[in-house]
Design a protein around this ligand. Structure first.
Ligand code: SD4
Length: 342
């Protein structure tokens, strides 16, 4: 046997098992190109702002921040300062953001600041902390160049608040969006008669061209809530969770129910164990319903998820939850999610 042949055989003896080990630990396939998904049909506004960032090869984190800014700016939508106030008449905002390295930032009970997600990002990038609340969050925002806005309610919110004040009944129940029904309250339609959107939370998840994931969640919270009440939206693991190895999830609906099961962290863990995004959202919904199946008939929770391969899925307790997806052609498509109850 000549030396060349001998060394070839020696090399192949190493190479064979090595290739097999390599295959076992092969990196997961990442999506062909960017994708952005947002909760609700109002997600069309957020996705339209996120898409130009992703299309140019930008970072998912920048895309989701733009998604938040666009919806928080939209006075016809119920997210941000245009949203419904608490029962004392003050709009209080909750938001969070999370990137591909598990960096995260959050604000809660923030008043008179237009872009809570941008404040959350500043906390994430410029402090050693994750979460600031109330007066301290506002003080931090002002010290970092954010402007103090007026306390004036948006025309829609003012109308709703006046209507609510007539009875001033404290019923902390989030909207359930049966599309056929009319009017506000627990059976509000997805869109109001004037065409404006009727949701007070926006969650956006993006996968960029490099295959990195980020997400954000922003809300004015449950309308006419108790002063100081904070829901799931700013809580990492409840309203939003991103794990760049696996996937990301966000939620909308009755925040208390999501917090109790650490909802979006649960969705991501189900995906880690092999569930598709839709299966993972369904399992998380079932976990919530199982606690009290009768009471579950009275509230809505919807989960939206994306995995590292760019597959997306959603599931909700009640019908009416929907999401918007934007990929390759840059056009937002609205998709109805499946639900536990018919
Ligand atoms: C909350 N999850 O404050 C939010 C409300 C929401 O559409 O999602 N509304 O509990």
């Amino acid at each position: 046997m000549n030396t060349n042949r001998r060394s070839f055989l020696r090399l192949s003896a190493f190479a064979l098992p090595f290739t097999r080990v390599n295959q076992l630990f092969a990196k997961p396939k990442v999506a062909q190109g960017p994708i952005v998904i947002s909760t609700w049909d109002s997600g069309q506004i957020s996705n339209a702002a996120a898409w130009p960032v992703l299309e140019k090869g930008g970072r998912a984190l920048d895309a989701v921040e733009q998604a938040a800014i666009a919806i928080e700016n939209d006075i016809n939508c119920c997210v941000g300062l245009g949203g419904n106030p608490d029962r004392d008449g003050h709009v209080t905002l909750d938001a969070c953001i999370m990137d591909e390295k598990s960096n995260c930032g959050a604000v809660a009970f923030l008043e008179r600041i237009k872009h809570p997600v941008s404040v959350a990002r500043k906390i994430m990038e410029e402090t050693p902390h994750v979460f600031l609340a109330g007066a301290g969050a506002q003080q931090f925002a002002l010290a970092n160049g954010f402007k103090l806005e007026s306390e004036k309610l948006s025309p829609d919110a003012e109308k709703e608040y006046k209507k609510w004040l007539k009875k001033a009944e404290y019923k902390p129940v989030i909207n359930i969006e049966h599309k056929q029904s009319k009017g506000h309250g627990p059976f509000a339609p997805a869109r109001l008669d004037d065409g404006s959107f009727n949701h007070d939370t926006m969650g956006t998840l993006a996968l960029d061209a490099k295959g990195d994931l980020s997400g954000m969640c922003t809300t004015s919270g449950m309308g006419f809530k108790m002063r100081g009440r904070v829901g799931d939206s700013p809580i990492i693991g409840a309203g939003l969770f991103v794990d760049n190895e696996v996937g990301a999830a966000t939620s909308s609906g009755q925040g208390e129910e999501v917090i109790r099961v650490n909802g979006t962290h649960l969705v991501v863990e189900f995906m880690r164990n092999g569930a598709t995004p839709e299966e993972a959202c369904k399992k998380a919904v079932e976990r919530i319903v199982k606690r009290d199946p009768e009471r579950a008939r009275t509230f809505q929770v919807g989960f939206l998820a994306i995995n590292k391969q760019g597959e997306v899925g959603a599931y909700s307790v009640q019908p009416g939850f929907m999401y918007t997806i934007t990929s390759k052609d840059g056009k937002g498509k609205v998709i109805d999610s499946k639900s536990h109850f018919a």
